[in-house]
Design a binder for this molecule. Structure first.
Ligand code: GLC
Length: 565
């Protein structure tokens, strides 16, 4: 068997990047998600890049974030926005070079900002050397064993090997052609055909990923976000799914117990490094107990809390979700994460302005009526709500500007999710539109002609426009992040609910801070307090609908700044 591991041929220089030793930094960290392609364009080609990020590190510092999570920045055909990795040890030329990535990591660290990168274990690009070699080597070859190649069903082999359903809709198997042109084996892809699934029973696959972790940890990366973390292991017998609902436990390709061995091995690699390198899982699982298993000691540090993200604008639904989240994390001693959005979901400023404000992939439709003003207010209120909860906080780029979801012209859409839905689902590009930095017309200081068109009415949302407006969403985020860091009760205080009515979410952090959100239709009187620390909307003795306020219950001497609003 061919067991060689693909390595870059250049000798790896020893990296000496020293990460700060502050233990447990990830337990309360504010992590900003950078979708490089749409953040800032340094070379004017309309595609965001590392030069653009480096030029805007001051902005990220002024926001007050502790870490950056970069979506995949590796060499890739971008069939799925970079989640189709061709070479993990190189940066896509559209984004920059490996050297620039090293500089970026070091420059951010010098500002006290850590870097988290994306690792995509379930699949690689069909252009990756391993897959190209597997195609060329043909059926029965060792090269094919790193993937899931399989003969088709039936006499001619033209039936798909399993009835598994793609996370992107449509088929999960694609048939290959033999070198002589005859129809050949099929290969498994839980996402697009350009993303063949790896076989995690194969030692090369395991060794290669541990090597990739070391490659980036050596360069000062502080952690990895693990893509589709509950999917990589497959039942090697490739059983069909039973008709009706799929089993939650013993599913052939979701949440298999063998995954935990992999992440324990990864944790051991992370623990070899100083400065606490963290594993953050993208784990979409309904079952709280199964979810928490990924966070047991010796496995991942944290995982995204999608349960809360998918809730509608409803006090009861959100309260239940928060309670459930805190309860499911407690037994394993892991902090919760709070996530309002990411590069896959509808922007909160739009979502919360809809009649159905919950999120589900299969309900995304063009032309959904939206009350933009209400959505904006609620998104501001939600931002303060989650920033007051115990645990770590994720901010998806542009949410701090209150950007809405963009309904793009059909010919601009690139997301495979749109095409695989037969054009029914708008896909995810509406939350990936390049950021507005300055100016009154596109490209709003982004760079060249943006790879996705920006709306004509984004001038008031630009960073420059919001910079000097104390009431802007940008300054609300800045104030919230600063208070979260500086007020000890918010940073580390205990959590307890307060009952202030069915439409109100109110809780104390420590004995000094109260966060109160009004999700009902009428104003709510503010409970007794010493001082308003921050509010998502101007207060007039009462808390208006769709808003959040943070109240100090006593003087807070440890706070550096002044009151806001
Ligand atoms: C994750 C990513 C998403 C990607 C998919 C396949 O869900 O967040 O953007 O398309 O995995 O890698």
């Amino acid at each position: 068997m061919d067991t060689d591991v693909l390595r870059s041929t250049a000798p790896v220089p020893a990296r000496t990047a020293t990460l700060p030793a502050d233990e447990g930094w990830w337990r309360t960290a504010v992590i900003y998600q950078v979708y490089v392609r749409s953040f800032a364009d340094g070379n004017g080609d309309g595609v965001g890049d590392l030069a653009g990020v480096r030029a805007r590190l001051g902005y990220l510092k002024s926001l007050g974030v502790d870490a950056l999570w970069f979506n995949p920045w590796y060499r890739s055909p971008l069939a799925d926005g970079g989640y189709d990795v061709q070479d993990y040890r190189d940066i896509d030329p559209r984004f920059g070079t490996l050297e620039e990535a090293e500089q970026l990591i070091a420059e951010a660290l010098a500002l006290g900002i850590r870097t988290i990168i994306d690792i995509v274990p379930n699949h690689i690009s069909d252009q990756h050397e391993w897959f190209q070699r597997a195609l060329a080597a043909g059926p029965g070859s060792p090269e094919r064993e790193r993937f899931w190649f399989h003969p088709g069903r039936g006499e001619n082999g033209d039936g798909i090997p399993t009835n598994w359903v793609s996370s992107f809709q449509g088929e999960t198997w694609t048939r290959t052609r033999n070198p002589d042109g005859t129809p050949g084996e099929w290969y498994l892809h839980l996402f697009t055909p350009e993303q063949p699934d790896l076989n995690w029973n194969h030692p090369d696959v395991r060794r290669e990923h541990e090597d990739i972790l070391r490659f980036w940890f050596d360069r000062g990366v502080a952690g990895v976000r693990i893509d589709s973390a509950a999917l990589p292991v497959k039942d090697a017998a490739l059983p069909d799914l039973p008709p009706g609902s799929a089993p939650a436990i013993g599913h052939p390709h979701i949440d298999r117990d063998e995954l935990h061995d992999i992440y324990r091995d990864w944790r051991a690699v992370a623990d070899e490094y100083e400065g606490e390198r963290v594993l953050v899982g993208e784990v979409w699982l309904e079952d709280a107990e199964r979810f928490a298993r990924y966070l047991r000691p010796g496995e991942m540090h944290t995982a995204f809390n999608f349960g809360f993200m998918t809730q509608p604008w409803s006090a009861q639904a959100m309260r239940d979700s928060i309670t459930r989240t805190l309860a499911e994390h407690a037994p394993v001693g892991a902090p919760a994460t709070w996530v309002l959005s990411n590069h896959d979901v509808t922007r909160p400023a739009t979502r919360y302005g809809r009649a159905d404000s919950s999120f589900a992939f299969d309900r995304k439709r063009f032309g959904t009526p939206t009350d933009a003003a209400r959505g904006r207010e609620r998104a501001r209120a939600a931002a303060l709500l989650v920033a007051a909860l115990p645990g770590s906080l994720y901010i998806y780029q542009g949410d701090e500007l209150g950007l809405p979801e963009v309904e793009l012209p059909l010919d601009a859409i690139e997301d495979p999710m749109h095409f695989r839905s037969g054009g029914v689902d708008p896909g995810r590009d509406g939350c990936r539109v390049p950021l507005p930095w300055s100016g009154t017309a596109t490209p709003y200081g982004f760079g060249g002609t943006p790879w996705l068109p920006q709306p004509g009415d984004w001038a008031p949302l630009s960073v420059d426009a919001q910079e000097h407006d104390p009431a802007s969403t940008l300054n609300l985020y800045r104030a919230a992040i600063a208070l979260r860091r500086d007020v000890e009760d918010l940073a580390e205080g205990g959590f307890s609910w307060l009952e202030l009515g069915a439409d109100v979410l109110a809780f104390r952090r420590g004995d000094g801070v109260l966060s109160i959100t009004n999700l009902g239709p009428t104003p709510v009187p503010l409970p007794a307090h010493h001082e308003v620390l921050l509010a998502s909307t101007p207060l007039d003795g009462a808390l208006p609908p769709d808003s959040t306020a943070w109240l100090a219950l006593r003087p807070l001497p440890e706070r550096a700044g002044g009151a806001h609003h």
